[in-house]
Design a protein around this ligand. Structure first.
Ligand code: FES
Length: 338
């Protein structure tokens, strides 16, 4: 079978597919060669062997511990990558993956000994948190780990059985707190992540290394909470690439995104990535990697309130002119595009 693109040189065979929740599946992949990666990293997957359709997914497995490379994928409405992976791919099929990428890993966070971690996850953002939790518990027995996992309802707990197993197996090393927004059962806290909940659950928050992954508004909320609690920026880590369609929240604060040509005005959630904002309104935009590495989503911003987390393929001149990578541009206020 021919490698579809140089970006994805690793051919892996689907061993099995396991349904985690009503809309999330884990694909276990057999890799016949050595595939180096670190807990928390992600890979690009070539969707349907189309070299122009690359999507980024966390490697939910853990190096040195998991028998397979695994991808855990939430099926999104009209999601090209997630639809193919969760509905069409079958055991025995082959997938092509890039080398592992990303800086969101516990390996470099902290000094390694007797560190106290707080992992905050929401939705599918739990995938790197699980990868890193397994690794820390097994490889750094001196560390203490607290995981707070926010879900909409108890049926949405990804890796539910494994979390239970880990909590029982490492009672002095791991504290697991599940928070359900709706229909909380007795083993859950009810509601959302609040300053009060955080203060009560993590009295020594300022001394923790904090790592978070989830939809963009959630991570923004976490960033504000932990900054207020005195966690220095050097001990706070958040995943960047998952800021996408999952972050579309209908009940959150909205901003206005204006496109000059052709003139169009969109209302989108604060914190959303520019790419997700455009795609959610069916505005055509090229996006191959969705991870800030290929440059295909380059877009010119005339004015606005936004931050960027990757400018990897842009020249200094382009940045000065206002160009951004839409997949790595988070919108915080009204913004105007050329
Ligand atoms: S899609 Fe590749 S850099 Fe944005």
């Amino acid at each position: 079978m021919t490698q579809p693109t140089a970006a994805c040189p690793n051919r892996m065979q689907v061993h099995s597919i396991h349904q985690e929740t009503p809309d999330v599946w884990t694909l276990s992949l057999i890799n016949h060669d050595f595939y180096p990666y670190r807990p928390g990293q992600y890979a690009l997957v070539c969707i349907a062997n189309d070299p122009d359709t690359l999507r980024a997914y966390t490697l939910s497995s853990t190096p040195g511990l998991s028998p397979f490379i695994t991808l855990t994928v939430r099926r999104l409405e009209q999601g090209t990558g997630s639809g193919w992976l969760t509905q069409q791919v079958k055991p025995g099929d082959y997938l092509w993956l890039s080398d592992a990428q990303g800086e969101f890993t516990c390996v470099d966070a902290g000094h390694g000994e007797q560190e106290r971690y707080l992992m905050l996850a929401a939705g599918c953002g739990v995938t790197p948190i699980m990868s890193m939790s397994r690794w820390l518990l097994a490889q750094r027995p001196d560390t203490y780990l607290q995981v707070i996992f926010n879900v909409r309802n108890p049926q949405q707990v990804i890796f539910a059985a494994e979390w239970q197993h880990l909590a029982e197996h490492y009672p002095s090393q791991l504290t697991l707190t599940l928070v359900a927004e709706f229909d909380a059962e007795p083993s859950f806290l009810a509601g959302r992540l609040t300053p009060e909940l955080l203060k009560q659950a993590v009295p020594d928050l300022a001394q923790r290394i904090v790592m978070t992954c989830g939809p963009a508004p959630y991570m923004q909320h976490v960033a504000a909470l932990v900054a207020d609690a005195g966690v220095p920026a050097t001990r706070f880590y958040k995943e960047q690439f998952q800021i996408g369609a999952e972050s579309l929240e209908e009940d959150g604060e909205q901003l206005t995104l204006t496109i000059r040509q052709p003139l169009n005005t969109l209302r989108v959630p604060v914190g959303i990535s520019l790419l997700a904002a455009l795609e959610s309104h069916k505005i055509p935009v090229n996006a191959a990697c969705r991870a800030g590495v290929c440059g295909s989503c380059k877009t010119k911003v005339l004015s606005g309130d936004y931050t960027t987390s990757s400018t990897m393929t842009l020249t200094a001149d382009e940045i000065a002119q206002g160009y951004v990578l839409a997949c790595n541009c988070q919108l915080h206020g009204d913004t105007v595009l050329a």
